[in-house]
Design a protein around this ligand. Structure first.
Ligand code: GCU
Length: 499
């Protein structure tokens, strides 16, 4: 049964974790302290607390939310020149912003990251939303000859409609890489497996015979049923029903979501196990890099419409989806779910999560080391705050222009915490719109006065432009927005769902 597979997966994970602990690699706290030393920081401010009773409780008073109301101007170069043409954006402003976000916020990808070789490890025929699909487990083996003690094998599950008439758009989702609806043994296979299981158990413990005899209808292995089980992720079913392919990309196999993992994964391998320098990539950038390598592979598959591959994620993966699409212009679209601080939320807003939170030991691995500077209270270069950042979140989103970007949130009442700052993220989306219009595309159609922008009522679908916004009435997920995303993306790329 499927359950066995998951138990096996769990065992492997445990073994890998034990190995890491046994190697004596630095803990997240040690990595964090070492990065502070590299930067000459002697004290960081603590992050805002989610506990409303705490002395440093996060602010949720809108009147206090904008201590730095004026953000860096999207269309003004660092040297003060105005960006007035698409050409100037492409040749000068975009590269300038890319360089700043790399150096200060998310980190640079080292020049000599080893190559990835993809293979299909196994394949499964499944039914999703009543449609036949071919699902494949992919393994992207990273060349680790430079540091053989640091293996990196990226795992992804590719789901493609069987018998599509032509290449299909594909959404890469940051999600566990596993078969969506694993096919189950048929009645004969199930019977054989069950008999073998019982025989093996009886050999171990003959007294079990009385239990088996008391429950003659009990089986360890049940045959496949009808109707087939629903997919583990309803969003996958939506995409398949709409004629899209899906690739589930397992970020943990690219880079651990843990500061204690920085000497391993792709970051550790590229550094041959040494510590990061302040300008090097954090996990968000590494996950984005992994998505780009998967896109390399998808482009070699004839079933995939490589010009229409998108990237999706929620929460920390929403941040990573933004990072992937911002830096790699081959992504045709991005669905950014509940990304919060480090995503679409403005760093300069004092509402919910703060720069100081991401600069702490629990999250700093997401970011470049240099990001810590903006939470420094004392140190070599003195005190810095979010207001000292040379860039702001709306400029990160603007790097996706003129491509398709859908910013998604849910509501706090259903579990999409106010911590994520939906209002501020809307302001950033409004502010980013100028890049779309400059490049001849369309923004939200609500102007660009971010200081006056007010979150539209829940459920308002601003889907006319290439930049889109919708806050759904669900929780910390982008599931309820998936039908809206598909309707919008299909219209923009001219994709017709199969009948
Ligand atoms: C925490 C963190 C957020 C993050 C979220 C998640 O809430 O503060 O920045 O987005 O976890 O990824 O689940």
């Amino acid at each position: 049964m499927a359950g066995t597979r998951w138990r096996v997966g769990g065992w492997l994970l445990t073994a890998a974790m034990l190995t890491a602990a046994a190697n004596g690699t630095p803990t997240a706290d040690q990595e964090h302290a070492a990065m502070m030393r590299q930067l000459g920081i002697t004290a960081l401010r603590p992050g805002a607390s989610g506990d409303p009773e705490a002395p440093n409780a996060a602010n949720y008073d809108p009147a206090k939310a904008n201590p730095y109301p004026v953000w860096p101007d999207l269309l003004t170069m660092a040297d003060g020149r105005r960006v007035t043409t698409p050409d100037m954006w492409r040749r000068e402003r975009r590269p300038e912003l890319v360089a700043l976000f790399e150096r200060e916020i998310y980190g640079r990808v080292p020049a000599d990251v080893p190559a990835v070789a993809w293979r299909v490890e196994s394949a499964d025929r499944e039914f999703i939303a009543g449609r036949p699909v071919v699902a494949q487990q992919l393994v992207g083996h990273v060349d680790s000859r430079a540091a053989p003690q640091i293996p990196v094998d990226i795992r992804a599950t590719l789901v493609l409609p069987a018998g599509a008439r032509g290449p299909v758009p594909v959404l890469i989702m940051f999600a566990p890489a596993r078969y969506p609806v694993p096919s189950l043994p048929d009645a004969r296979e199930a019977e054989r497996l069950d008999a073998a299981m019982k025989a093996a158990l009886l050999q171990r413990d003959p007294s079990l015979a009385t239990i088996f005899a008391a429950h003659p209808g009990f089986a360890f292995v049940e045959p496949s049923g009808f109707p087939p089980a629903p997919p583990r992720d309803e969003r996958v079913a939506r995409l398949v029903a709409d004629g899209w392919g899906v690739a589930l990309l397992d970020t943990a196999t690219i880079q651990a979501d843990d500061g204690a993992g920085l000497r391993a994964g792709i970051i550790g391998l590229a550094n041959r196990g040494r510590a990061r320098t302040p300008e090097q990539w954090g996990a968000l950038r590494a996950w984005g890099w992994g998505a780009s390598r998967l896109l390399d592979y998808l482009a070699t598959r004839s079933e995939v419409d490589a010009a229409h591959v998108g990237i999706e994620g929620v929460s920390r993966w929403g941040k990573a989806a933004l990072v992937a699409a911002a830096f790699d212009e081959r992504f045709a679209m991005v669905l950014i779910g509940s990304s919060g601080e480090g995503g679409v939320k403005p760093h300069r807003r004092n509402f919910g999560e703060q720069v100081e939170n991401l600069a702490g030991a629990g999250s700093h691995h997401w970011m470049a080391g240099n990001f810590l500077k903006y939470a420094a209270e004392t140190g070599r270069f003195g005190r810095k705050t979010a207001a000292d950042m040379p860039v702001e979140a709306h400029e990160m989103l603007a790097l996706v222009a003129p491509r398709l970007a859908f910013v998604s949130y849910g509501v706090p009442e259903a579990g999409d915490a106010l911590w994520l700052d939906q209002q501020g993220s809307y302001m950033a989306t409004v502010a980013a719109g100028r890049a779309w219009t400059l490049l001849g595309a369309h923004d939200l159609g609500r102007g660009n006065d971010y200081r006056a922008a007010l979150l539209p009522p829940v459920g308002t679908a601003l889907l006319d432009g290439e930049l889109a916004w919708r806050q759904h009435d669900g929780g910390h997920t982008d599931g309820p927005n998936m039908p809206y995303f598909l309707r919008w993306a299909d219209a923009k790329i001219g994709h017709r769902p199969p009948r």
